[in-house]
Design a protein around this ligand. Structure first.
Ligand code: SAH
Ligand code: DHB
Ligand code: MG
Length: 221
């Protein structure tokens, strides 16, 4: 579901608000050249991640789902040179592309990519004291979103911001006739949010070059 107007407006807004960006263009091209899926955050969304990180003074960020490192670079810029981003990625091939683009962006010292299934890596992150995180960006397999949200809260402190990408999926989340893993995973995540006393949350529907989707913005109490 992609409306050409949404893409044109994304282009217009990007032209007005985003400077030309060799590192992000390079990450985009490297991902495409390596055959990675074109599902990174859009340039405007990536800028939002950077600005949120800066707005809250985030120094420790956890990302679940690195892909080619596009959003990782945005988050790393947001935390500054004295910050740290830990990003989890299941596919070694994706992590390799990401590390090269992160290096080309001059951010190797800021970013650590850990390779494996996020649900296998998260207990180790709890144990080795990498947290508590100031900001978490959840953007991996949507079927596990409820588990990722629960882990994120456990790795958080009061005031931590948790953002979850792709929670609407073209409206599938609210369509009882749709049972895709994404839809089911997101419904399970919203069930958790409905009952959870540990966070306050909202969700925003979005349109743009990536179609119709949305994200959760949650604040740990
Ligand atoms: N955040 C990236 C896009 C991530 S796409 C950006 O905006 O630039 C989703 C990524 O999650 C893919 O690279 C996929 O390999 C990864 N992924 C899927 N299942 C995973 C899992 N169980 N653990 C960690 N990563 C996973
Ligand atoms: C898709 C988009 C995403 O942002 C993502 O993280 C995974 C998949 C998609 O459009 O298929
Ligand atoms: Mg996403």
């Amino acid at each position: 579901m992609t409306d050409t107007t949404w893409s044109s407006v994304d282009e217009y807004l990007g032209g007005k608000l985003l400077a030309s960006d060799a590192a992000l263009d390079g990450a985009h091209k490297a991902s495409a050249a390596a055959g990675l899926p074109a599902i990174a955050v859009s340039p405007l969304q990536g800028r939002l991640l950077e600005l949120i990180a800066r707005s809250i003074g985030a120094k420790k960020v956890l990302e679940i789902g690195t892909l080619g490192g596009y959003s990782t670079i945005c988050l790393a810029r947001g935390v500054g040179r004295d910050g740290r981003v830990v990003s989890l990625e299941y596919e070694p091939r994706h992590a390799k592309v990401a590390l090269a683009s992160i290096a080309a962006a001059g951010l190797t010292d800021v970013v650590e990519v850990r390779v494996g299934k996020a649900l296998d890596l998260l207990p180790g992150i709890a144990d080795d004291g990498a947290g508590p995180f100031d900001l978490v960006f959840i953007d991996a397999d949507k079927a596990s979103n409820a588990d990722y949200l629960d882990w994120s809260i456990r790795l958080a402190r009061p005031g931590t911001v948790i953002i979850v990408d792709n929670v609407v999926r073209g409206g599938a989340v609210a369509d009882p006739a749709r049972f895709s893993p994404d839809a089911l995973g997101n419904r399970r995540m919203f069930d958790l949010l409905e009952a959870d006393e540990r966070v306050d949350a909202t969700a925003i529907q979005t349109v743009g070059s990536k179609g119709y989707d949305g994200f959760v913005y949650a604040l740990v109490r």
